[in-house]
Design a protein around this ligand. Sequence first.
Ligand code: KG4
Ligand code: ZN
Length: 344
Amino acid sequence: METKEDILILAIESSCDETAASVVKNGRNVLSNIISSQIELHTLYGGVVPEIASRKHIEKINQVIEEALREANVTLNEITAIAVTYGPGLVGALLVGVSAAKAISFATGKPLIGVHHIEGHISANFIENKELEPPFVCLVVSGGHTHLVIVRDYGVYEILGYTRDDAAGEAFDKVARAIGLGYPGGPKIDKISKEGNPDAIQFPRAKVDGSNYDFSFSGLKSAVLNYLNSCEMKGIEVNRADVAASFQRAVVDVLVEHSLNAVKEYGFDQFAIAGGVASNSSLRAAFEAECGKRKIAFFHPSPIFCTDNAAMIGVAGYYEYIKGTRSGYDLNAVPNLRLGTVGK
Ligand code: KG4
Ligand code: ZN
């Protein structure tokens, strides 16, 4: 039962190919989490088509918001504030969510809060891990981003490293396409890898000169493509499960090494992962084992809160709300919005 003192955030997310809305109570209690995925539609084209994504968001957004309110058993009148992802992401897709949030805010007179998508991914960790509080180190690995971040406080981030080229999820998607697994590649590589030998092929573990914490995945992707080409030229049949497992091992090794070096170097005892790739079973198992050995508390969201959703935006929106963050009606979609107040 909701009381007058409860802070209820209606959250909206539409930065890529999921139209999502959620109601979050007092920061960590998810009352509803509605996600309308367009994956099947984009599968036809082997990836997200921005124009189609925007059109689908427009078709779905009102329905998804109504469903989120209904499932939470909350009326617009009872909502405290509206939080919405305003970047980074596809500009046309973001605009649909931002416009809907502005319209609701204007019509109800409730405050509007623009939320950074990555801040949302990080905040997904607070939903099921009630004991987790900053500071901690967080690795954000999604289709568009690979960031190693110190979460100094709620909403205060220091970026230690990021990818210089492809995001981790992008590498998964491209390699999956190359070995004929289709889109989206991450979950398919995860699955087929279970039947493969991760030591079958030695793919490179890329280092970025002069930086301990930056990532680079395009060399690894090229190494996989070269391997496939050379097999074809030599008439050798490719074992797709071995290629997938060996590629996945190379990505996991680099992510684990960089992340845990940062945890040690900066003297933290808590570590979290976030973003679509954070649901990868091999990545989770590796962090579970390595954090266990080093007495680091390891946190991760359930898969449903790893891929894009609005509950994570509601959590981030709550912490922004109590800090006093408010957006004006001039809030705009910012496709390349940067994270962080400290660091790069
Ligand atoms: O966070 P997300 O839903 O969207 C972005 O903000 O980008 O992440 C989607 C990405 C895709 O690249 C997808 O292939 C990847 O997450 N992904 C995975 C797995 N599940 C989703 N990658 C590896 N293993 C998985 N199990
Ligand atoms: Zn995302």
